[in-house]
Design a protein around this ligand. Structure first.
Ligand code: ACO
Length: 322
């Protein structure tokens, strides 16, 4: 039987930091409110001439280097993003060209903040079924481009960034299981209610903004991300104690703490980057994974539970052995 393994991780954050004090000068808010309600102190914002593919490229190059492979070894590219550079071609195709790769399939998946979990699920299935042997899986976002910077309820939450992993076929599992879900009846609770086919004039006018029912999203995120931990452990016949690290989607420290508490996973085992990255949507989980791999917290052989939740609603998880 063939399995997929993570053999390299990488990430990239734009240089520009937007602190809570910067936001105090932009909207009616304050550092204390933002830190207490969200745990966020600062987030990174892409430069005007930086696009999602630029962030994805930097994260990918680091993951490829860490994996010790050549670009030409990659036979599948999946980019999870909500903020594609262009309507088409996909950001994955743009990335493929940057990396000088020709021929293998490259496509985007769109599941907002859960996007990386969906991309990982698809890539794992490609490898398990023998359709690919070496996949580049990226979560990359310039979410700052779909934020109303005059709306204090949303603009404090989000940031830009990218994370990537290289998955390789192996006889031993790496990725132990993946789980993905969606429920479109919650489509209006967290969305950008315009697009190419609907109200495109607003996109033209730069008014394609994220809207959110914060309290509802909060409750749902906690429930879905707690339940999927149980689902993942059950599928692997594992106990909570066997999880070395939990990497939840980084949206809000109160959501992360509530999920950890409900799942009875001690906070020392939970990787947190939301304080410095804000919510980077599809990039949040691979960014946090790469940080903890590079700083030595995550070690070979350890069990990591990754999970994401976002608009749709869509949510997902993966249990991996490093
Ligand atoms: N600064 C100061 N005051 C603010 C701000 C702000 N930035 N934003 C809202 N307020 C005010 C509100 O107007 C309200 O004032 P009022 O009582 O006079 O009406 C008060 O603060 C309380 O507002 P609430 O919305 O009730 O605050 P809450 O404690 O729910 O926190 C928050 C809001 C942080 C958005 C929270 O609901 C949340 O994090 N929800 C999850 C949303 C999320 O993470 N979305 C990301 C995408 S989905 C995902 O990735 C999981």
């Amino acid at each position: 039987m063939t399995f997929s393994r993570v053999i390299g991780t990488g990430s990239y954050l734009p240089e520009k930091r937007l602190t809570n004090s910067d936001l105090e000068r932009m909207v009616d808010t304050n550092d204390e409110w933002i830190r207490i309600r969200t745990g966020i102190c600062e987030r990174r914002i892409a430069a005007d001439d930086q696009f999602t593919c630029d962030l994805a490229e930097q994260a990918s190059l680091k993951a490829i280097e860490a994996a010790g492979i050549n670009n030409s070894d990659i036979d599948l590219i999946i980019v999870a993003t909500t903020t594609a550079d262009q309507v088409f071609p996909s950001t994955a195709c743009l990335l493929q060209h940057r990396l000088g790769i020709e021929g293998p399939p490259a496509f985007d998946v769109q599941a907002v903040c859960a996007g990386f979990m969906f991309a990982l699920d698809v890539a794992d299935k490609f490898i398990k079924t023998g359709s690919a042997r070496c996949a580049l899986v990226v979560g990359a976002e310039t979410f700052s481009r779909i934020i109303d910077w005059t709306d204090r309820r949303t603009c404090i939450l989000f940031g830009d960034g990218a994370g990537a992993v290289v998955l390789k076929a192996d006889n031993e599992p790496g990725v132990l299981s993946t789980h993905i879900h969606s429920d479109g009846k919650y489509k209006d609770l967290l969305c950008v209610p315009v697009g190419v086919s609907k109200n495109y004039n607003l996109v033209h006018q730069g008014q394609a903004y994220t809207t959110m029912e914060g309290g509802e999203v909060f409750r749902w995120a906690v429930t879905a991300m707690s339940d999927i931990i149980d689902e993942t452990l059950l599928a692997n016949n594992m106990s909570k104690e066997e999880i070395d690290w939990l990497i939840p989607h980084q949206a809000n420290i109160r959501i992360i703490n509530a999920v950890g508490k409900r799942a009875k996973i001690p906070s020392e085992k939970v990787i947190v980057t939301v304080d410095r990255h804000g919510n980077t949507s599809a990039a949040s989980v691979p960014l946090a994974l790469d940080e903890a791999v590079r700083d030595g917290r995550i070690k070979p052989g350890e069990h990591i539970l990754l999970e994401g939740f976002g608009g749709g609603f869509s949510w997902g998880s993966a249990l991996i052995r490093m």
